[in-house]
Design a protein around this ligand. Structure first.
Ligand code: DGJ
Length: 759
């Protein structure tokens, strides 16, 4: 298997798997890397020199008498400061003299099968036979600092991953001011930038705008990947839509401060980079030490945004998520948060558990409020011992009860935080982030533990372990409810304060590693006040993420549509919750809430004890249907069909890999009088399969007779080109139209497709 071709004479490198090509070379004189092509696969050839462009332009040149040696005009791989390039660099180092001038020159390369893990960080993985890695070694001409650029290409996916490692082989310390995970210069600015923006309770809102001269960026400075921007962006050709056109997706496997920057220069070259945010970052690279960036993932699609998303979905599901969870059925859960908030006792929980059992739910999650004396959000974080007032019989008794009822047991923690007036807070002020003599802000009345300090991580692990050793727990919800605004560590020297944010995130990864080493079967759901840390790095540990504290079905259309740009449905935490909805006060039907939550991990978050007999029967049916459908939903191919950002409607569908089954979700937000004709073109079906189209899951229709099936059946090409038809035919039954009850606002339909065999 050759996925990496090297033209030895000219030192041209071509990564290609028949789907994508990525080509760069070593420049003869400068001995650094020039980007030649990134896009749809082209065949390999012995010479790519025709891709070199060098106009003579007024500039600063590196070599005497040479007027084409300005790096300002070269499309580069990992531009560094101090080399005549005026655009933002991907690498900047302060050397012992205080200067920041580097000149990294190519030394050698190696091609390896498979791919290596980045020590201490979540990384995508691959079998030896399924990927190849190219490592390029460069060295600074003026110092003994070495740079390794790693590129992995995968056999099955149009994906290349990248990261960079700096090693200080000299005697003196240097400071790394910025080292991006990836940087690419593309030869045109004819793209639109698509990214996800938001805030608490309205995460992952899709934004798309044309590139312009100058700099556009997305970033986080909050210590978490954040609700505000996701560490992901895509460049789309302007005509690209969900189903067609070229799209380049970029995603960072990182949970901390990041920067995604797109700079269009005056020659319309687009430089894009993605990595740790240089803001508040300065890493002291001591003699002999190495520093590695997080991994960046590049996805190429020539089948529009759905193509890009499907690649991210299957790549992250198969090459990032812990293998045991990749395609494992996720339990349908009941979470007590919106049912009780902090106000619960054993009797209330018992009633919820009993009803959960009756509804055939599979997992009961006890959320915030079970520990210390936590009756509101201003106490007890950091005291991970059970509250004897609420749970006098302890957690183990509760867990046993739940297990006896045939359910699994899940428990909430917020490991990174501490409340004032706890023993942890009083006894270890040195473990708080922030300056001891300056104001430390609170966020939700809580303070952040300095997870850059191994002792603090160890203490939290000890406390969690005490609970997990004593109590059988199947699922853990790891929450994080505030950002970091005073990054200072009492543990670090003054020169190292620029390391606080990154060390913090490495500490978070360490605790995840420790927990999973001790409890490998634990299913973890990550959460940060909803989707404040919905990123690939946490998916490596926690295969599902609570996407938003906003559980309103209408708001969720946008949030889940946006999240699906990159994250697989099996990772998008989605619940049916109370009405009027607690975040927006909207009343939607149980059906609509189910029909939206179905396209995610699925669960309930409401007081099920207060439901009417009819509502319980409806939920029981929803639970049964989801159990039948979840294999398809979590492992099929997902297609977005109609965007809730542009209309009063939304639609999406998921198709099984063998194309024999599909489920379509169609949603109309507000009712429309005297409606227009509507058709919904489907995607991903087999042209020549006949599908039974039904509003009921196929399984419950088994006893329907074949004739009826044949009448309703439609071919895949028909469904994809004509589409589902929502208008009805009222010929000869006009009175029925006027008599018909109008559907009202917040209407939804799930449509089930099943391939049937000819009779
Ligand atoms: C924020 C989470 O997103 C909620 O689901 C809930 O767990 C609360 N925190 C509890 O404090």
């Amino acid at each position: 298997m050759a996925l990496i071709y090297v033209n030895q004479e000219t030192l041209e490198f071509h990564l290609t798997n028949g789907q994508v090509s990525y080509i760069f070379r070593v420049m003869e004189k400068v001995q650094t890397l020039e980007q030649l092509y990134y896009g749809k696969a082209i065949r390999h050839r012995e010479d790519f020199s025709y891709l070199i462009e060098r106009e003579v332009r007024p500039s600063n040149n590196q070599f005497d008498g040479d007027h084409t040696s300005s790096l300002e005009h070269v499309k580069q791989e990992l531009p560094v400061y101090g080399t005549t390039d005026f655009r933002y660099p991907a690498l900047e180092i302060t050397y012992p003299d205080g200067d920041t001038i580097s000149r990294f020159r190519y030394q050698s390369y190696v091609v390896q099968n498979g791919k290596q893990k980045i020590a201490g960080q979540p990384t995508t993985f691959s079998k030896e036979a399924d990927a190849q890695t190219l490592v390029i070694y460069l060295k600074d001409e003026y110092s003994d600092v070495e740079l390794q650029l790693s590129y992995t290409i995968f056999k099955e996916y149009p994906v290349i991953t990248r990261h960079a490692t700096l090693t200080n082989s000299g005697q003196e310390e240097v400071t790394v001011n910025r080292l991006m995970s990836l940087s690419i210069d593309l030869p045109t600015k004819d793209y639109e930038l698509l990214h996800l923006t938001g805030a608490w309770a309205r995460e992952t809102q899709v934004q798309r705008e044309a590139l312009h001269y100058g700099v556009q960026s997305i970033s986080s400075t909050r210590g978490a990947s954040s609700h505000v921007h996701n560490p992901f962006f895509a460049l789309c050709e302007p005509t690209a839509n969900e189903v067609a056109g070229e799209v380049f997706g970029f995603s960072l496997v990182y949970s901390g401060n990041f920067l995604g920057q797109i700079e269009v220069d005056t020659y319309e070259v687009t430089r894009l980079m993605l990595g740790i945010n240089p803001f508040q970052f300065a890493w002291q690279l001591k003699a002999g030490d190495s520093f590695s960036t997080p991994e960046a993932v590049m996805v190429y699609s020539d089948t529009g945004l759905n193509g890009m998303s499907q690649t991210f979905h299957s790549f992250y599901q198969n090459q990032l998520v812990r293998p045991q969870w990749a395609h494992k059925e996720r339990p349908i859960l009941l979470n007590n948060w919106e049912a009780t908030y902090f106000d619960f006792d054993e009797a209330k929980l018992d009633a919820l558990i009993e009803t959960a059992k009756e509804l055939e739910i599979e997992l009961f999650v006890l959320d915030d409020g079970w520990f210390g004396a936590r009756n509101s959000d201003n106490s007890s974080l950091g005291n991970w011992t059970v509250d004897p007032k609420k749970l006098p019989n302890g957690l183990s008794a509760l867990s046993n009860k739940i297990h006896k009822a045939g359910l699994k047991f899940g428990l909430w923690f917020e490991p990174e935080m501490v409340s004032a007036e706890t023993a942890l807070y009083e006894e270890h002020p040195e473990w708080l982030l922030g300056h001891p003599k300056k104001n430390r802000s609170h966020g939700r009345n809580q303070f952040v533990l300095d997870f850059g300090q191994p002792e603090a991580v160890e203490e939290i692990f000890r406390q969690m372990k005490a609970i997990l050793d004593e109590t059988p727990i199947d699922y853990l919800k790891w929450d994080m409810n505030r950002y970091i605004s005073e990054a200072f560590s009492t543990h670090l020297a003054k020169e190292q304060q620029g390391e606080v944010f990154h060390r913090y995130i490495l500490g978070v990864y360490t605790l995840y590693e420790k927990l999973l080493a001790a409890y490998p079967e634990l299913l973890i759901e990550s959460c940060a006040g909803g989707g404040g840390r919905f990123d690939p790095a946490l998916l490596y540990y926690a295969p599902q993420t609570w996407a938003s504290d906003d559980t309103d079905a209408v708001e969720r259309l946008k949030i889940q549509y946006g999240a699906s740009m990159i994250y697989p449905l099996s990772s998008i935490g989605s619940h049916v919750s109370e009405v009027p909805n607690h975040q927006v006060g909207r009343i939607t039907s149980l059906k609509m809430r189910n029909d939206v939550a179905t396209f995610g991990t699925f669960g309930y978050e409401l007081d099920v004890t207060k439901l009417s007999v009819e509502q319980k029967a409806e939920i029981k049916q929803q639970v049964r249907v989801f159990k039948e459908s979840r294999g398809l939903i979590h492992s099929g191919d997902f297609y977005r069909l109609v965007s809730p950002f542009h209309s009063n409607e939304a639609a999406w569908m998921v198709v099984s890999k063998d194309k024999r089954q599909a489920i379509v979700g169609y949603y109309q937000v507000l009712a429309e009088p005297n409606p227009i004709y509507k058709r919904l073109k489907l995607q991903g079906l087999a042209d020549d399969f006949q599908y039974q189209v039904s509003q009921q899951p196929a399984e419950t229709e088994q006893d329907q007779n074949q004739v009826q099936n044949q009448k309703q059946a439609r071919y895949g090409d028909d469904l994809m080109n004509v589409g589902l038809i929502f208008g009805e035919n009222y010929i000869d039954r006009a009175q029925e139209y006027w008599a018909k009850e109008k559907q009202g606002d917040f209407h939804s339909q799930l449509i089930y497709l099943k391939a049937i065999d000819e009779v």
